[in-house]
Each structure stands twice: as C-alpha cells, then as structure tokens.
Write a protein that binds this ligand. Structure first.
Ligand SMILES: Cc1cc2nc3c(=O)[nH]c(=O)nc-3n(C[C@H](O)[C@H](O)[C@H](O)COP(=O)(O)OP(=O)(O)OC[C@H]3O[C@@H](n4cnc5c(N)ncnc54)[C@H](O)[C@@H]3O)c2cc1C
Length: 495
C-alpha cells in the first residue's frame, strides 16, 4: 500500500500528528506496538501546552480536540475521560520551604493532568474517525529508506503489512523506534546529571488539607513537587480517584533509595519526606511500580532524508516543570508546516534541538540548586516569567514577542539568562543570585514574580497583567479584550 505518511507510535503525539496530516489531505498510516487503552505516564499539562493544543485544533479544524485545552470544557464535554485539576505548580522543600505559582485565575480555564489511558485512547479513535489507517500490536520487521520513499514491513494484530510512504515520523518516545533501528548515537545533555525514576499510580492518597486563605489555589489542585537535594517527587491527582506519583533522582540519591527495588524503594522515599508520607498512609499502588534506569535522552540526529522524530523521540530532559507536552506540541506545529511545505526538515530538526537544549539548561540549573530552595525558587522564576510572557504574548496575537521555547530567540532574554542558569549553583550569595535573576527577567516579568509581597505564593491577577501591559506593547483595550476572550473574568476573578 502506498501512502503519504507513516507515523510510528500512537501516544497522543502520534495520533494528533496523524489527525493534522489528514486535515492537510495526506493519506496516513499509524502503527502502534501496544493496544489502547494502556497505562503510561507523562500527564501534566501547562498553560503553554494548552494554548498550543487550542491553536492546533483551531488551525487544523479539530473541534473535538479543543475542549481538552481547559478543565471546565473538558469536564463538561468529555466527563468519561479522566483528568485532574491543575491550578498551578506547588513546591514543598524538605527544609520546609514552599512555593505556589498559580497558572490560572479559577478552575474553569485551569490546566489539567491527563489520565493518559483515557486520553490516548480518545486521540487514537479520533484519528481513525478522520480516516487514519491504524494498526495496533504492530511489530516492524524491516525499514528501508530510499531517496524518494520509505518502505516499512511487519505484522500487526490483524495480519502483515507493507507500506511505501513519502515520509516516516517517529512518535515512539525516547530511545524509540528509529533510534534503535537506525542505530543512532546518543548525545549528551550538557550540565544535566544522570537521573533515574520510579513511579506508579495509587488510590487512597489523602489531600494535604492545607487550606491557608493566602494560597492562590488549594495546594493539591496542582502539579505538586516535593524537592530534596538530588531529586524530587511528583504527585498528580485525577478525577477518577487515582493519583500519579513518582520520584526522579540523581545517581547518588537513587542509589541511596535503591530505586531499582521498586515498592521497597518508594517506602524509603516516603520515610525521607514526612509530609509526603502523611498523604500516603492509606495509599495503595494500583499499577506495578516502574523503574527507569535512565530518564534523560538526546538523539544526535533528529531528522534525515524521508524521516523525522517528534520531540519526545528526539529527546527528553526530566518531568520537572512539565516541559514534555509543550515541546511535543511545538514540534507537531512545526512538523505540520513541513507537511504543508512551509518548513524544511533541517529547520525542524534544528528548532527541536534548540528547544530541548533550552529546557535542559533550565532543568540542569534546577537540579544544581535542589539543596538550596531559595536559589531553586529563583531559577523557577526564570521559567515562570518566560512562559507567562510567551503565553500572554501569543494570546494577544503578538507571536513575534515570544519566539522560541523559553524565549530562547529573544536576544534581550536568553543570552542574559543562559549564563545565570549555567552558574546558578556557584553563586555564594543566594540573595545576589535572586537579585540578578530579577534584574534579567524584569522586562518580561508580567506576574510580579519575586515580589516579596506575594511571599512565594503567586496568584494570577488581571491587575498585575494590566500594570505590566507596556512590556507586551499592549494597550488597556487589548488586555481587556484578551481577558474577555480567554474567560479570565468569568468566575472568581481576583484583582
Ligand atoms: C517519568 C516521566 C514523567 C513525565 N511527566 C510529564 C509531565 O508531567 N508533563 C509533560 O508535559 N511531560 C511529561 N513527560 C514527557 C511526556 O511523557 C512526553 O512529552 C509525552 O508522552 C510525549 O507524547 P508522545 O505521544 O509523543 O510519546 P509517548 O507518550 O512516549 O508515546 C509513544 C507511543 O509509541 C509506542 N511505541 C513505542 N515504541 C514503538 C515501536 N517500536 N513501534 C510502535 N509503537 C511504539 C508506545 O507504545 C506509545 O504508545 C514525562 C516523561 C517521563 C518519562
């Protein structure tokens, strides 16, 4: 069978890519080694990823995908697809430090955690509705890449297959299909320590019941991070009573916990973090513990003649700050332009790599400051300033202000931020580091990040945005119109 495009891997990334390619008029085959529904993690969305999802669904006429971009529309439209409410990022440090950064002003337009078994099943069904030819339990036996076509052959649940395509997209995640079959090399991620992870899904996880009125949202309705020197734990709650939790740690810390031992190691993690232990007293793992001996990955090659990797197949840094979804969706946005002849594969590969390296620089700095929560907090402010500025600029239609993930193409931002991130752990004086961070992010800081009045608990306030409108070259009317468009004022608006 001759087709335009073969996509290998039907996570949400592969399925969304397939839908967009169908909307561009291409014939598409989607091959998945497993069978949906299946449990995977990589669950927490962000304002930027939701903005991208919304944009892609509008640009490529995918109205059935759009409701997933906000908690309120998701719950109303697809109550059977489990998700969690994510009002922001909560950080607890082992030494008692706390940081709360709201990402939305109220629940209706909040972000979500995706219960991937349900979500990925939904995406793959939608892809088939749009005419994608889907084969599961696929085992690929041979791949031949010629000058003008790709030949792929193997067997799926319903029998053998052989396809000739103009392009192959690898959406199989880190160390995936093309990396293995083409025997590609792994490249280093500069500055990032090697890390391991251990995770599962649980029932019976208690809420922390921290109901301080000064908090901008209930602390559990967030991506909750418990940070300690050498690692961190994530806790993400879903609407179906399941909670996703796991730990990522450097080799030393992972060795102390002996993460490869699974459940026993998880108990040792809980012993180390009493606040977390209190939540897990009644908790029971409802999936086998999964151990990842190596979390991060970077392929030296991202695209070649007749093939390309989606960002998650090209590389992955760490779950910290949920950069996986936005990078995946940025990659899909660019790949759609490749398919639409607006972009070259070389440019796609270069941009994908630059995004990954920017995420790597940020996350390396976070790992290097995990022992000093004030310095760690200062590094997170760089992230929150960059993403909130980018998101708002895009929502105002001023995309030229927000070029590149983490504003990496803004000459006033990234060249100043990069050296700071590089030497984050070397600053003897944390206060001097914070001051330097605040100075550098100031032209992009639209959320009063670092303002002591907020005591490390940052809300999303219309008044702050309005006061910072000059940084976005926006008028009062433009801000008011954007807030109305995005549903900002519909409920419990603050400020
Ligand atoms: C521990 C961990 C936690 C994470 N947490 C977050 C988070 O909170 N937020 C966030 O934004 N990102 C997170 N990520 C990253 C996130 O998982 C990815 O960005 C996201 O899953 C990418 O989606 P995808 O569909 O491209 O790939 P995947 O979700 O990796 O899907 C790949 C698909 O390909 C299939 N496949 C694999 N090999 C083959 C093969 N040879 N042939 C056919 N099919 C194959 C798999 O079965 C799977 O269905 C996390 C990653 C890890 C490792």
């Amino acid at each position: 069978m001759q087709v335009d495009l073969v996509i290998v891997g039907a996570g949400f990334g592969g399925s969304l890519m397939a839908m967009i390619a169908r909307r561009l008029g291409l014939s598409v085959v989607l091959l998945e080694q497993g069978r949906h529904p299946r449990v995977v993690i990589g669950e927490s969305a962000t304002p930027l990823s939701n903005l991208l999802l919304e944009k892609l669904s509008m640009t490529y006429d995918l109205p059935r995908i759009a409701p997933l971009a906000k908690w309120g529309s998701w719950r109303r439209t697809y109550p059977h697809i489990a998700c969690g409410l994510k009002r922001g990022f909560t950080f607890f440090h082992e030494n008692g430090g706390q940081l709360l950064v709201a990402a939305s002003p109220h629940d209706e337009i909040a972000d979500t955690h995706w219960y991937r078994a349900d979500v990925d099943l939904f995406f793959v069904i939608e892809a088939q509705r749009l005419g994608v030819h889907y084969r599961d339990c696929a085992r690929i036996e041979t791949l031949q890449i010629a000058e003008d076509s790709v030949n792929i052959h193997g067997a799926a649940s319903d029998g053998p297959f052989r396809f000739e395509a103009r392009l192959l997209i690898d959406a199989t995640g880190p160390r995936g299909f093309l990396y293995r079959i083409l025997q590609l090399e792994e490249a280093p991620l500069p500055g990032l320590p090697a890390t391991q992870a251990l995770y599962s899904h649980f029932t019976g996880v208690a809420r922390t019941e921290d109901c301080d009125d000064a908090n901008p949202y209930p602390v559990d309705d967030a991506a909750v991070h418990h940070v300690f020197p050498g690692g961190w734990v994530w806790v993400l709650r879903f609407s179906n009573g399941i909670t996703s939790a796991g730990v990522a740690a450097t080799q030393d810390a992972a060795g102390e916990f002996r993460l490869s031992e699974g459940e026993a190691a998880w108990e040792r993690v809980l012993d180390r973090l009493p606040k977390l232990r209190a939540q897990f007293v009644q908790a029971v793992a409802c999936q086998p513990f999964r151990y990842m001996p190596a979390v991060s990955f970077r392929s030296r090659k991202i695209a070649g003649q007749r093939w390309a990797m989606l960002p998650s197949a090209a590389g992955f840094v760490d779950p910290l700050l949920s950069t996986g979804f936005p990078l995946t969706l940025l990659g899909i946005e660019r790949m759609a332009q490749v398919l639409n002849h607006g972009y070259t594969l070389e440019r796609y590969a270069d941009e994908t790599e630059q995004d990954l390296l920017a995420a790597n620089r940020l996350i390396s700095a976070l790992y290097s400051t995990m022992g000093n929560f004030d310095a760690f907090t200062a590094v997170t402010l760089i992230y929150f300033a960059a993403v909130s500025f980018s998101e708002t600029a895009q929502r105002l239609g001023k995309t030229e202000l927000a070029s590149g993930f983490l504003l990496r193409e803004r000459p006033e931002f990234w060249p100043a931020v990069n050296p700071l991130l590089r030497k984050a752990s070397e600053f003897g004086d944390t206060r001097a580091f914070l001051e330097e961070v605040l100075r550098v992010i100031e032209p992009f800081n639209i959320g009063r990040f670092g303002d002591p009045a907020y005591c490390n608990r940052y809300p999303v306030r219309a008044a702050d945005l309005m006061a910072a409108r000059g940084k976005l070259t926006a008028s009062e009317e433009e801000i008011v119109a954007m807030l109305a468009r995005t549903g900002f004022a519909e409920r419990r608006t603050e400020g």
